[in-house]
Design a protein around this ligand. Structure first.
Ligand code: HAM
Length: 422
């Protein structure tokens, strides 16, 4: 077959899917504990949602969106991120009329037309959490705490939390002028992208990875020096709350993030061993977004983690998730004659919660035992000619190597007991 999966997408194969399910279950149980409820929004939205929310002059909107005209002539876009859709749903369903704050989370695929490389895909998955309706700095810290807690529960304790504040539109307006004044005479040493950003989105120049740009911008004053008193106080309090939660962090004055909707706090969680794509999560406050969409002025803050990058980080650290993929029981039957006993036994085992399987290929008992071994089965239930004539199954403990004869009608109960299935 000459058709392959599209570039930058991945099949999640059965051997790997256990890790995804484990992580998703962890996310769900942590979100429950923190009081976040799941929301599922469509995978495509009207293009204008992202243009207005993320910002027309951002890399995502300018270059990376999967946009298409549907059969009705409407411009649609595969969602590149989850915050704008959540806010759209919040407004569409008038959730501002209900109890506040709203704490929501989502897990699902996102799409960005980026150049694929390790850890960067065109279809990737995010776990995101959003808190809508509170401006308190404690919540910025809570969201960061939730993220780091998730990472630590799966064995990633040594992540780095980088934070910065990009202030409100007033602070940014002042700082933009500072940047433009400082860089006007250095435009020659900046990359093509930065020259463009100089006009359209000067703040984004700060996180350019090009060596020349980094050098040219090394002596720029940090944006936090230009924050208004309210934004400065908010940032001070966020740092205080992170200390209260005992979360170590570094202030990265170059952290501006790739979306126009952010205000005040922005943050990223990075893992050093991961190479160029080292951000395993990121987020920030977006106090202006809901009003920008025409809703009531409502503060909000959130973050999203990249599921593939989290799993890659675990792999690069040689960390195994505690996956339980072994079979509880394998039933080995003598071909044809055994099935009258084996099939109902298999059904009863499965219905009572045991992970059980059987041979449908008519293999010899010896090769069925090999299959049982390969599947890591804890027990094998052998039903050969002898067993059929006695009405007893041979139950083999595959770890201890010991055998026990048990009447057919007591096998399920005996196994449940041994496997402590409640
Ligand atoms: P983001 O930083 O663009 O933020 O994405 C969050 C995470 O998604 C990144 O840290 C990274 O782990 C993962 N990610 C992003 N792009 C890719 C890609 N092409 N391939 C693989 N993984 C990727 C947001 O999307 C914001 N909506 C986060 C947010 C929520 N801010 C406030 N609320």
């Amino acid at each position: 077959m000459d058709i392959t999966a599209p570039r930058g997408t991945n099949d999640i194969m059965p051997d790997e899917v256990g890790k995804w399910q484990y992580l998703e279950e962890k996310i769900r149980s942590i979100c429950r504990a923190y009081g976040y409820r799941e929301i599922r929004t469509p995978i495509f939205e009207e293009t204008a949602l992202f243009q207005r929310g993320i910002g027309a002059a951002t890399d995502i909107v300018e270059k990376e969106m999967y946009t298409f005209i549907d059969k009705g002539g409407r411009s649609m876009t595969l969602r590149p991120e989850g915050t704008a859709p959540v806010v759209r749903a919040y407004l569409e369903h008038k959730m501002y009329g209900g109890p506040q704050p709203l704490k929501l989370y989502y897990i699902g695929p996102m799409f960005r037309y980026e150049r694929p490389q390790a850890g960067r895909y065109r279809q990737f998955h995010q776990f995101g959490a959003e808190v809508i309706g509170v401006g308190a700095p404690e919540v910025d810290a809570e969201v960061i705490e939730l993220a780091t807690y998730l990472y630590s529960t799966i064995g990633l304790e040594d992540v780095e939390v980088q934070i910065n504040s990009i202030g409100c539109p007033g602070c940014r307006g002042r700082y933009r002028e500072v940047l433009r004044d400082a860089l006007a005479a250095r435009l020659d040493s900046l990359c093509k992208n930065c020259v463009r950003r100089y006009e359209r989105n000067p703040l984004r120049m700060l996180d350019c990875k090009e060596e020349g740009c980094r050098k040219a911008m090394a002596d720029l004053p940090p944006i936090v020096e230009y924050l208004c008193p309210e934004c400065a106080e908010h940032f001070r309090k966020v740092r205080g709350c992170l200390d209260d939660f005992s979360i170590p962090y570094v202030i990265n004055p170059r952290l501006v993030r790739g979306f126009d909707y952010y205000t005040k706090t922005v943050f990223e969680v990075t893992y050093r061993g991961l190479g160029a794509q080292d951000a395993i999560g990121g987020g920030g406050r977006y106090d202006g977004l809901i009003a920008a969409y025409g809703g009531p002025p409502t503060p909000a803050v959130g973050f999203a983690a990249g599921v593939e990058r989290v799993l890659l980080t675990l792999e690069s650290r040689g960390k195994e998730l505690p996956l339980e993929e072994r079979l509880d029981v394998y039933i080995a039957i003598v071909a044809d004659k055994g099935k009258g006993v084996g099939l109902p036994l298999l059904r009863d085992m499965r219905h009572s919660g045991l992970k059980a399987d059987i041979d449908y290929l008519g293999r010899s008992l010896k090769s069925q035992m090999k299959v049982a071994n390969r599947a890591g089965a804890r027990f094998a239930v052998i039903i050969g000619e002898d067993e059929l004539s006695k009405g007893m199954a041979m139950v083999r403990d595959m770890e201890a190597g010991s055998d026990e004869e048990i009447p057919f009608n007591q096998v399920v109960r005996a196994l449940r007991l041994r496997l402590s299935v409640s």
